[in-house]
Design a protein. Structure first.
Length: 134
């Protein structure tokens, strides 16, 4: 059985907690019980936590959950590109899979509310397929 951790951003906490609940349920459905949940302030901090967790020999993979909302400037877009790139590079560095469940950048609150459940499920499904590939 694989040991999986969930990294969850605390920014937009109510929405992210719903995503965590969905992800935990999906992980249980595929036989992964009691995932370790690490909360970080926002998506920008997710790569730091991912780096620490992926370096642990007993961690098989991660699910990363967050929401980068549409703002009045390009800050969220820039942050989103940096975060996504860093997470992909960490997967390749450690050769451990990650299910990415970050809504945005550029999503409105209304779009995030509609998408949160499918996004969390898709992140777990991606992780499951990559774990099976290994």
């Amino acid at each position: 059985m694989s040991k999986v951790s969930i990294i969850a951003a605390e920014f937009n906490k109510d929405l992210i907690e719903k995503m965590v609940g969905v992800a935990v349920g999906e992980l249980e459905r595929i036989g992964i019980r009691s995932p370790h949940i690490v909360r970080v302030p926002g998506c920008y901090e997710a790569p730091f936590a991912a780096n620490i967790l992926l370096a642990k020999p007993d961690v098989s993979g991660l699910v990363v959950l967050g929401y980068i909302e549409k703002g009045e400037t390009l800050h969220g877009e820039v942050m989103g590109h940096v975060v996504h790139r860093a997470l992909v590079e960490l997967q390749l560095r450690f050769l451990k899979p990650m299910g990415l469940g970050i809504i945005g950048p550029g999503a409105t609150k209304e779009q995030a509310v509609v998408r949160h459940q499918n996004c969390a499920k898709a992140a777990v499904m991606a992780l499951e397929r990559l774990l099976n590939l290994r």
